[in-house]
Design a protein. Structure first.
Length: 326
């Protein structure tokens, strides 16, 4: 014992645990052209990703030696807070590849993106964890290395890092940023139940085998007309060019979505589309008032569990290009 006084020990001021916050957006595929399944089990894609203002937020607190996660929010009950969580896998991957074994973090996710909704919510959390872990642990990781790791974790994760609007090729991980002038206004209808991405791709394969869906030609060129309309901020033209090769497969598995699409269009949307593998339906609207009016009509539908309005394009987990990271 030292010669310290015998009274109650003076509480040492606890050092504030280091914390960082990162946000990551949901995405809509403005186009999603799908080729036949490749030998690696994946489908080659040509897609235009578009990040929207609906997003998840993550707080990471330094906790040496351990990586844990808790998810909060309306959709949290559908997410496993264990080793299978993509955000945990991302933080571990950063630690193993760029850090050291003593590094750890507690991840708190505020979930706004629908789960199993076709809006890449899991990929958004994965991207937020990649960026958050690098910043929390003060690691020197270049963007190229981070994008490479992101692609290993999931096809949509690189876009969740990048955000904005981008052309995606390969499995969706090869990205080219696109200009999107002005703001696109969206109403989003979250369906009563989710759809699993592998199941929708499998249904697409069945349709191809049956001759009811045609796979994209491998030599397909760039969607030039859409790229031009986005650069001009011409929402009406963009609306006429929205296309999703997975939509018929999603409708086979979830026939009730047809009524949702019809309802949104009848309520004044410029166009409606199933987002990615679905079942969330995304409606492009002329302005914010139109998006709110469409959302108000969709809300009471028995097929719809929640409605949201959102704008795009939104920044990715890395933050606005050329600006301060969030
Ligand atoms: O890459 P990620 O883990 O997000 O993909 C989930 C599943 O979606 C894959 O296992 C595969 O079944 C399907 N997929 C695909 N082709 C892609 C992307 C995903 O078949 N380009």
């Amino acid at each position: 014992m030292s010669g310290a006084s015998r009274g109650a020990p003076t509480p040492r001021p606890r050092p504030e645990a280091r914390r960082v916050r990162v946000g990551a957006p949901a995405k809509i595929n403005l186009t999603l052209r799908v080729a036949a399944r490749g030998e690696d089990g994946y489908h080659r894609l040509s897609t235009v990703f578009h990040a929207v203002s609906l997003g998840d937020r993550m707080r990471l607190t330094d906790r040496p030696g351990r990586i844990s996660v808790v998810t909060r929010g309306e959709h949290a009950r559908h997410v496993a807070d264990d080793e299978t969580n993509l955000a945990v896998r991302a933080a571990r991957a950063v630690r193993d590849r760029f850090g050291g074994p003593r590094m750890g973090a507690h991840l708190e996710i505020e979930k706004d993106i629908p789960v199993a909704g076709g809006m890449a919510g899991g990929s958004a959390d994965c991207a937020a964890a990649l960026v958050g872990a690098v910043r929390l642990w003060g690691l020197d990781v270049g963007d190229a290395e981070l994008f490479e790791l992101a692609a290993e974790l999931g096809s949509d994760v690189p876009f969740a890092l990048l955000g904005g609007t981008a052309l995606g090729a390969g499995r969706g991980e090869r990205l080219e940023p696109l200009e999107c002038a002005g703001t696109l206004h969206w109403a989003l209808a979250v369906a009563r139940r989710g759809l699993s991405t592998p199941t929708v791709y499998h249904r697409f394969d069945e349709r191809v085998a049956a001759g009811t869906s045609t796979p994209m030609d491998a030599g397909r060129g760039r969607p030039g007309e859409l790229i031009g309309a986005l650069a001009r901020g011409d929402a009406a033209t963009v609306a006429g060019l929205l296309v999703n090769d997975l939509q018929p497969a999603a409708l086979d598995l979830y026939p009730g979505l047809a009524a949702t699409l019809e309802l949104g269009r009848a309520a004044g949307a410029l166009a409606g589309i199933v987002s990615g593998s679905g079942p969330t339906c995304a409606f492009l609207c002329a302005d914010g008032d139109a998006a709110r009016a469409v959302a108000a009509v969709l809300g009471p539908s028995p097929e719809v569990t929640a409605v949201r309005t959102a704008t795009g394009a939104a920044p990715g987990a890395l933050g606005p290009v050329g600006g301060d990271p969030r």
